[in-house]
Design a protein. Structure first.
Length: 374
């Protein structure tokens, strides 16, 4: 102790983790003046618009999902205003979330998400009883229409022949600390479903521009077709599309062709690698990096997939990337564009496994590239 009884003095380690900012031409264009004329992207822009039209749900799909959501919302509202009709739980409210609420649904998957918030603790028995009550009330209203219910670990699905509403159960925040694993639904499920409501609120306030919605739909399509992009969650896609469109020196929305190129370039430059500052999550306390939950191996695969797609796009392969022409797997196969050959990027991550002497050793994986460890 030093300093006349002021207490112990500790040495402070000032070394802190400093995440790097990945290279982004949108913020560095003044340092890299163009040596050729501006690229004519008219055909590329038209291809993106056409692909978005192909991916947009038809009027019949939108009508069917809206009708089922409206019917289900009416049943839940009835339980809110007349709680005495249902004794197993007390329903606080229900809110539509996800791609249906945001207007970014993709054709072929006519599913809407609805978060049902309970004022009481979400026991498994209460959720099961709620599902039976909801399906019974809907069948009463629907007459001969076939309506079915399928329970799952986050709630239950209500479906008819044309659409499905995924009902996600949550509880009021004050109940989270009272949950018991043996009696109630998992706390993580509750927090994830409540987070979906915050995501929708942020999206409506900040990401309502039509170009953002188009870009989200295009990236969802890429994710469905390229396994290397599967670690992109819907929330990460929302944040990445918003960043690609809006985060630039002028704060004006970029054209869809520039934003699409920029998005792939950001993935290839490592925006979602461990050392990257990435994108701060605007809906979480402390605004941590949104991609930290992705496993390291998946971060590597995501980056190398973005690199391969960026190289293919830079040589004019947008029709193959968007699947407007042919079924070529440009990510996992060697492709040729004129005199240029593009080979898939290779992983550089190797998992560390405990060794017999108590340390760590590189995992031996035959058929995969040796690599450095992040």
């Amino acid at each position: 102790m030093r300093g006349g009884g002021r207490g112990p003095r500790f040495s402070v380690d000032r070394r802190q983790f400093q995440p790097h900012v990945p290279f982004d031409m949108a913020h560095s264009e003044s340092s890299f003046p163009r040596v050729t004329e501006e690229l004519d992207d008219k055909a590329f822009s038209e291809a993106l618009v056409k692909r978005n039209q192909d991916l947009t749900p038809s009027a019949a799909e939108q009508t069917s999902i809206t009708a089922l959501v409206t019917k289900l919302q009416g049943v839940i509202d009835g339980l809110v205003v007349a709680p005495d009709t249902f004794e197993a739980a007390v329903v606080e409210e229900a809110r539509t979330v996800g791609s249906y609420k945001k207007g970014t649904m993709v054709t072929g998957r006519n599913v809407a998400d609805l978060v049902i918030i309970l004022r009481t603790l979400p026991t498994c028995e209460a959720v099961d009883a709620l599902g039976k009550k909801v399906i019974a009330d809907i069948k009463t209203q629907s007459g001969k229409e076939h309506i079915s219910i399928i329970p799952h670990d986050k709630g239950f699905n209500i479906s008819n022949a044309e659409a499905t509403v995924k009902c996600l159960i949550a509880t009021v925040p004050m109940n989270i600390q009272k949950l018991e694993p043996q009696l109630h639904m998992p706390a993580k499920t509750m927090t994830d479903n409540l987070a979906a409501i915050r995501h929708v609120r942020w999206f409506e306030e900040n990401a309502g521009h039509v170009s953002i919605k188009v870009l989200i739909r295009l990236v969802k399509d890429l994710r469905n077709r390229y396994t290397g992009l599967h670690s992109l969650t819907p929330w990460l896609i929302d944040l990445l599309a918003h960043h690609a469109i809006m985060s630039n020196p002028t704060r004006t929305p970029l054209p869809i062709n520039q934003a699409f190129r920029r998005l792939l370039s950001l993935l290839s430059s490592g925006i979602f690698l461990p050392g990257s500052i990435g994108i701060l999550d605007p809906c979480e306390i402390g605004n941590g990096r949104a991609h930290v939950q992705i496993p390291l191996e998946q971060m590597d695969i995501l980056c190398m997939t973005g690199q391969t797609l960026t190289r293919v796009l830079s040589h004019g392969g947008y029709k193959q990337i968007l699947q407007l022409e042919g079924q070529t797997d440009v990510v996992n196969q060697v492709t040729q564009w004129g005199s240029v050959i593009v080979a898939p990027s290779q992983p550089i991550y190797e998992k560390l496994l405990p060794s017999s002497n108590g340390g760590t050793a590189l995992q031996s994986m035959e058929g995969q590239q040796q690599a450095v460890v992040y």
